[in-house]
Design a protein. Structure first.
Lengths: 188, 456
């Protein structure tokens, strides 16, 4: 299919798009937190994918390569924004979360089982989650997004981020811990 | 960057956690592979923190994945498919030109010199697909052409094409790259126009699109000037595109609710009218009248009064037309506005058309409407906008201005404030705001693709 898409077969590329668009979009959305922007960036990513197909050499999975492009697109985006700061997102602004509420969530989550997870998901309210994730490093956010939003394996994540498997495992562990701390879930 | 504080415990921390990261990764993979979450958590009973992290990971993995909105997805897929095919065609066109250009040289050496180097072939590309690679490709292509192509013009044109493609790729997208020296009749002019319309179709922010339309309008003026300087007649296709782009800019600026842009767009329209009259100076009466008539249609106070009768010539039309051109999709959505335009052009070649329209209609026939203008993002061989007769009911004859606005596709972005659909004004709609009126001034134009009698 990659071969077909490479040869300019639009339909094949359409299938590739369908297969990967949600992974890319999830990743980008988590990283830019703006749906319209995420849509535009997603499209940019696929244009780059299309233009990069020529040089793509197949080694098993396509996802890491696509997500690597997505990651670079996000990095480029933030670079552009940094050069022309119009949307300051300060950590300070982000830290004024509602700790009491977060703690309450933390207690609910301490119950066992799937039900608790579903509750947690429901209670992991978007704003708190975003505030918390804004306190992570970019690498941590990347790894969370690739693993939990795009569903890449450790191996694939390592490939997408140009790191070793071990580094990804460490990074992932730190990222989830940092997230937990930022959410205040460790205070129960 | 995004406000992330590197102090928040990155991977730089010493791995004093022993095998915790490893355990966590393994546990999560088990969950991801479908193991019972409770079981996996239970297996971490000796490490409460890991269990808690796992729960959080589960919550995050339920929270994080997002699906792109279906309309966006459909639109993007269509645009990408079109672009994919288009680029395939561009590549084909380039190698086609190349092979034609190379062959004479492949013959000549035998006659001229016994010790010629065989012409170089295109280096096979196996390197990773980064930007740098594309740039390298450009250079390689250029060198190869220096060796293989007899014509410096072709080489320059090809390099410019590479630059244009790059510009689109990198989103620099300045029309400056696509030089005004490419004019209708040049080998790569259709490519340039195709790249433009692709970019229009892929720009979902109405404001950015408006700005780009303005850029393109400026470029069109330069092209007309270049044509005239070369002693050729101004191409009606370019004039038409100019008008299209000016109105599209206003429509998009309106859609973006950007007053400044809108003013710029109106100024640009007025300026274009002046430019066109300037260009008409000294031309033979025929071509001059084309420009003057077009200028008349652009001047702020000379809207052709009959034209509001085109119910759908408002807002959606320019975008839709561009999108249609870019996606070259013969689908109903894309086909509708194009065929609408076609119809209005050939339904009433003399009757409705006021100055501009008439002049343009004649111009289309008289002046060198380079057929090169036609493709505009259309893969060769695909009849542009190939309408099935079905999706273009003859309901929109100006005598029935209130005809139900057919699908009037709205390719504008989700990111742009959605246009009120009420904006496809019926002529008897009393509440027609300034903008609708303004847009309705849009004169009817002959189709870009002189392809009359479609389905009728």
């Amino acid at each position: 299919m990659v071969e077909q898409a490479r040869a300019g077969d639009g339909r094949a590329f359409g299938v590739l798009y369908e297969r990967y668009v949600d992974r890319v979009y999830s990743f980008v959305l988590f990283r830019v937190r703006d749906e319209a922007l995420a849509e535009d960036l997603t499209q940019d990513v696929f244009i780059q994918v299309m233009r990069g197909l020529d040089g793509y050499t197949w080694h098993g999975t396509f996802a890491p390569w696509v997500l690597r492009i997505a990651r670079n697109a996000v990095i480029d985006h933030w670079r552009r924004v940094a050069r022309r700061p119009e949307r300051p997102i300060s950590a300070v602004e982000v830290e004024t979360g509602d700790d009491a509420e977060d703690n309450r969530i933390g207690r609910i989550v301490d119950e066992e089982g799937e039900v608790a997870i579903l509750q947690a998901e429901a209670m992991l309210d978007r704003a708190a989650f975003q505030r918390a994730s804004a306190q992570l490093t970019d690498l941590q956010r990347d790894v969370l997004a690739l693993r939990f939003a795009s569903g890449l394996s450790i191996r694939e994540t390592a490939e997408a981020m140009d790191k070793s498997d071990g580094a990804i495992k460490n990074l992932q562990h730190h990222a989830v811990r940092a997230l937990r701390r930022a959410l205040g879930w460790d205070a129960s | 960057m995004a406000g992330g504080s590197p102090a928040a415990g990155g991977q730089g921390q010493p791995p004093d956690e022993g095998s915790r990261p490893e355990r966590f990764a393994r546990a999560w993979d088990e969950v991801a592979d479908g193991a019972s979450f409770a079981d996996v958590v239970a297996s971490l009973a000796d490490d409460a923190e890991l269990a808690a992290l796992l729960r959080l990971a589960a919550a995050a993995s339920l929270r994080l994945p997002a699906a792109i909105a279906t309309p966006t997805r459909d639109r993007q897929r269509a645009a990408l498919i079109a672009l994919c095919q288009q680029e395939g065609d561009v590549a084909g066109a380039v190698s086609d030109v190349a092979s034609r250009a190379v062959s004479p040289r492949a013959v000549s050496p035998r006659a001229v010199s016994p010790r010629t180097v065989p012409p170089r072939t295109v280096p096979h590309r196996t390197v990773p697909p980064r930007r740098a690679d594309r740039e390298r490709q450009g250079v390689a292509l250029g060198r190869w052409r220096i060796g293989g192509w007899p014509s410096a013009t072709l080489r320059v044109a090809a390099l410019r094409l590479v630059a244009a493609v790059l510009a689109v790729t990198l989103g620099l997208g300045s029309a400056v790259v696509a030089s005004a020296n490419d004019v209708p009749g040049d080998a790569l002019y259709p490519v340039k126009r195709a790249a433009e319309s692709a970019r229009v179709a892929l720009t979902f922010d109405a404001g950015r699109r408006a700005a780009y339309h303005l850029e393109l309008a400026t470029l069109r003026i330069s092209e007309l000037r270049a044509l005239i300087n070369r002693g050729r007649n101004p191409s009606a296709g370019v004039v038409e595109a100019l008008i299209d782009q000016l109105w599209a800019a206003e429509a998009d600026a309106t859609a973006a609710a950007d007053g400044l842009l809108l003013r710029q767009a109106r100024d640009a329209r007025a300026a274009a009218a002046i430019d066109l009259r300037d260009l008409a100076d000294g031309l033979p009466p025929g071509p001059a009248s084309v420009l003057v008539a077009a200028a008349g249609g652009l001047s702020p106070h000379a809207p052709p009064p009959e034209t509001p009768a085109r119910p759908k010539s408002s807002e959606p039309s320019p975008n839709a037309a561009h999108a249609a051109a870019a996606t070259a999709s013969p689908s109903a959505t894309a086909g509708a506005p194009g065929s609408d335009r076609a119809r209005s052009a050939d339904d009433h070649p003399a009757g409705v058309a006021t100055g501009t329209a008439a002049a343009l209609a004649t111009a289309a026939a008289v002046v060198n409407t380079a057929p090169t203008v036609t493709p505009l993002g259309t893969p060769p061989g695909t009849p542009p906008g190939a309408p099935d007769p079905g999706d273009a009911p003859p309901a929109e004859h100006p005598s029935q201005p209130g005809a139900p606005a057919t699908t009037a596709p709205q390719p504008a972005s989700t990111s742009a404030p959605a246009e009120p659909p009420a904006d496809a004004p019926t002529a008897d709609n009393p509440i027609r705001d300034a903008r609708a009126t303004d847009l309705a001034k849009r004169p009817p134009k002959p189709t870009r693709t002189p392809k009359p009698n479609k389905g009728r």
